[in-house]
Design a protein around this ligand. Structure first.
Ligand SMILES: [Ca+2]
Ligand SMILES: [Ca+2]
Length: 301
């Protein structure tokens, strides 16, 4: 199967895809299906990628800038001041959410992680809106089960060498949140042992932040999470949600797997619809064909 690995790079995937007509793509799916292996926890949804400057730091780590120059580098989620952060997400299919991962940093955490508390909740709508309520979880309870360096540093715009703001991936595991398909909001709050923050970095490229819908609760009131304390733009915060969808390949939602699910996948892929982003990396590549074929073969739990 050496020829398969030759097509592992994303650019090559895309170059190859341009040459594939739908009939040939079906054949490719068949071939890739043979090499599929069973998957465990799937990334159900999320926001990202965490860094668009992969390897952009002088150490070779990934880089995240506060943008534009002079803006805040992150958004505070400090639990002791009852700050909270929130991001919306949609589940296309019913799922059991096992864990959520959010990202945080504190300036000066050069000897290891200093964030030691993570509270998470699932909300029915945008926090602060009339009718939006907490469904599951409790931000007052510590749900932090794992802290890992995310391989990225936050820095001021244009700076590539500072290492005093390492970004940590904060996991809240073992949630067992059983939720139907629908739209939700993830709410979280953090504490750390250093002064200042913890802050969540926000998404962006080398020039500007990615506009988003993130919310921040400050002094008891929800407001848009922004890249400046005063003014600025509403940003987008990185997070990942992992779990198991009992019938992940059922794209038309009728509860069984048929050729129409394949057609739905092809149509979504052909039209650039991220419903076909089976591996959840935010782009449509050959990897998504492999992922979908695997999901189809695994069927419904
Ligand atoms: Ca179906
Ligand atoms: Ca993908």
């Amino acid at each position: 199967m050496e020829w398969l690995s030759a097509y592992s790079a994303r650019e090559e995937d895309e170059a190859m895809l341009k040459k594939i007509n739908p009939r040939a793509a079906g054949f490719v799916i068949f071939l890739f299906g043979l090499s599929a292996h069973a998957a465990g926890q799937d990334r159900l949804t999320g926001n990202g990628p965490l860094s668009s400057m992969v390897g952009g730091h002088e150490t070779g780590a990934d880089l995240i800038w506060g943008l534009p120059a002079g803006a805040s580098m992150g958004v505070s989620g400090l639990a002791t001041l009852t700050y909270r952060l929130a991001e919306p997400f949609t589940l296309e299919r019913a799922a059991m959410i096992d864990s959520v991962v959010v990202y945080g940093y504190q300036q000066g955490a050069i000897e290891g992680p200093t964030i030691d508390f993570l509270g998470v909740e699932l909300w029915s709508g945008r926090p602060g809106d009339p009718g939006s309520t907490r469904i599951l979880g409790d931000v007052a309870l510590d749900a932090l089960t794992d802290v890992e360096h995310a391989g990225a540093y936050v820095a001021n715009a244009g700076v590539r060498f500072t290492t005093d703001r390492p970004v940590y991936a904060l996991s809240a595991g073992g949630l067992d949140w059983d939720v139907p398909a629908g739209s939700y909001w993830l709410v979280w709050t953090m504490n750390g042992t250093l002064d200042g923050g913890p802050y969540s970095p926000y998404l962006g490229d080398e020039a500007e932040p990615r506009l988003g819908e993130a919310m921040q609760r400050v002094l008891g009131a929800w407001r848009p999470a922004r890249n400046r304390t005063e003014g600025g733009v509403q940003v987008s915060l990185p997070f990942d949600i992992y779990g198991v969808a009992p019938c992940p390949a059922d794209l038309d939602g009728d509860g069984v797997l048929t050729v129409f699910d394949y057609l739905a996948f092809f149509n979504a892929f052909a039209s650039g619809d991220l419903a076909a982003d089976c591996d959840g990396d935010g782009t449509l590549t050959l990897s998504d064909f492999q992922c979908y074929q695997r999901a189809f073969l695994e069927g419904c739990d």
